[in-house]
Write a protein that binds this ligand. Structure first.
Ligand code: C5P
Length: 225
């Protein structure tokens, strides 16, 4: 499906890329890939099945056959085997399991194929860690959103509380630092900006400003849109 434009939005947890990607996709009428949700559902499924993460072939098989649904139980909902897991995948356990399975090459390879299927006309906004570097290296626009770890922890805290999920700020900060380290230091697809990505530090930027800036970059990359 090359030829169908992809906007890659990468960055660490809490950088705001999820919300920004969603708003940009809506503004452009493009499809949306929340690749983190795939890792989260895989992590949750592995946990529910009590899978030993060292059995990487079993994990890859699980990744290939997972029954994941997006939007089946309302907008933004995510389901596993038809059950709504939108809240479970955002829990501390869901986040931790996602970054554990994300460090396993066989799991990444299995999810790679599934991610490519999201590239459909008229275009795709893909949000994750390695969208611009690995999954869609030919993305027409690549953006790397970042923010200080303290600011990201605060944002995640507000998001969770708004969803009715209990959260403790210092624990979130510690978890984010741990996940940042694991995501950046892993051997496969470590979290890093593509050489041709535009880096936006959003620590001092409002969501509104970030979305407007991303849409400007899209316009520059896709003048005929
Ligand atoms: O983006 P989100 O915070 O939902 O991602 C959860 C975890 O999934 C990340 O901490 C990371 O370990 C993993 N992930 C990944 N590659 C992606 C998206 C997410 O490794 N493209």
């Amino acid at each position: 499906m090359p030829g169908i434009p992809v906007i890659a939005i990468d960055g660490p947890s809490g950088s705001g890329k999820g919300v920004v990607a969603e708003r940009v996709a809506k503004a452009l009428g493009f499809h949306l890939l929340d690749s983190g949700a795939l890792y989260r559902v895989l992590g949750l499924a592995a946990h529910l099945k009590n899978l030993n993460l060292e059995q990487d072939q079993a994990l890859a098989e699980l990744a290939r056959t997972l029954d994941i649904g997006f939007g089946e139980n309302g907008p933004d909902s995510v389901s596993l085997d038809g059950r709504d897991v939108s809240l479970d995948i955002r829990s501390a356990l869901g986040s931790d399991m996602a970054s554990r399975v994300g460090a396993i090459p066989a799991a990444r390879e299995a999810l790679f194929e599934r991610q490519l299927l999201f590239r459909q006309a008229p275009g795709l906004v893909a949000d994750g860690r390695d969208m611009g570097t690995f999954v869609f290296p030919d993305a027409v626009v690549k953006i790397f959103l970042t923010a200080s770890v303290e600011e990201r922890a605060k944002r995640r805290y507000k998001q969770l509380i708004a969803k009715g999920i209990d959260a403790i700020l210092p624990a979130l900060l510690r978890d984010l630092k741990e996940r940042d380290a694991r995501d950046s230091e892993r051997a496969v697809s470590p979290l890093q900006p593509a050489p041709d990505a535009t880096i936006l530090d959003t620590t001092e930027m409002s969501e509104e400003t970030v979305v407007a800036r991303v849409l400007e970059l899209v316009k520059a990359g896709l003048p005929n849109l």
